[in-house]
Design a protein around this ligand. Structure first.
Ligand SMILES: [Zn+2]
Length: 187
C-alpha cells in the first residue's frame, strides 16, 4: 500500500485537474499563444521542489538519492512518485538520439478539452528542470503527442535545446517528430 505523500512537508499543494485545465483555457483565451511559455515557466520554477520531494520520497523508502538509481530503477520509482503526487504514470524510453517520457493518463492532458497542439506545457517545464537536475545538464522538453489532441498518450521528447529546436522547426514543415529525430545528423 503506497503511503500518502506529505504535501506541506514537500512544499506541494493539491490542485484539482479541473483548475489546471481551466487555468490553461483562460490563459490561452486572454493571452493567446504566449500562454504556452507562461505555463512552461511556472512549471520550470517548481522543478527544484519537485526534485527535492522525489529525493525525500526515495529516502523515506530507503532507496537512496535520485542520481544514484540505475536507469530502470529510476523509471520505476519516478512513475510511482508521479502517480503518488497525482500526475500519472510515466514510462521512460529513447527514440534515436532523444529521450522520451510517455504517459497514458497524465493529469494535465484532457481529452475532454480538445486542442490543436499538445497542451501539457506546465509539465514540459517541470520535466525540463527535473530531468535537467538529474542529468546535471540543461535540457529542453517538448511534447509531441498529447491526450488533449485525442492521442492515446502524452509523449515528451527530452534533449538539448538545439535538438528540440530542430524537431520543432521540422514539425513546423510538416515532418514527423520521429523522422526529425532520426534525420538530425543530416540536418
Ligand atoms: Zn499532454
Amino acid at each position: 500500500m503506497a503511503q500518502a505523500i506529505d504535501l506541506p512537508e514537500n512544499a506541494l499543494v493539491a490542485l484539482t485537474r479541473d483548475s489546471l485545465t481551466a487555468l490553461r483555457t483562460a490563459l490561452f483565451r486572454d493571452v493567446g499563444p504566449s500562454a504556452a511559455a507562461l505555463l512552461q515557466e511556472a512549471g520550470y520554477a517548481g522543478g527544484a521542489a519537485m526534485y527535492d520531494a522525489f529525493g525525500r520520497w526515495l529516502a523515506a523508502r530507503g532507496l537512496g538519492t535520485p542520481d544514484a538509481l540505475a536507469a530502470t530503477e529510476f523509471g520505476l520509482r519516478a512513475t510511482e512518485f508521479f502517480r503518488d503526487t497525482g500526475w500519472g504514470a510515466i514510462e521512460l524510453g529513447t527514440l534515436d538520439s532523444v529521450a522520451t517520457i510517455d504517459s497514458p493518463d497524465w493529469a494535465e492532458g484532457d481529452p475532454a478539452s480538445p486542442l490543436e497542439f499538445p497542451g501539457c506545457y506546465y509539465t514540459a517545464g517541470v520535466f525540463a528542470d527535473f530531468f535537467g537536475r538529474l542529468a546535471a545538464a540543461p535540457l529542453a522538453v517538448m511534447e509531441v503527442e498529447c491526450r488533449s489532441m485525442g492521442a492515446e498518450r502524452c509523449r515528451w521528447l527530452v534533449g538539448s535545446g538545439e535538438m528540440m529546436q530542430h524537431v520543432y522547426d521540422a514539425m513546423g514543415q510538416g515532418i514527423g517528430y520521429d523522422q526529425a529525430v532520426s534525420d538530425n545528423y543530416a540536418a
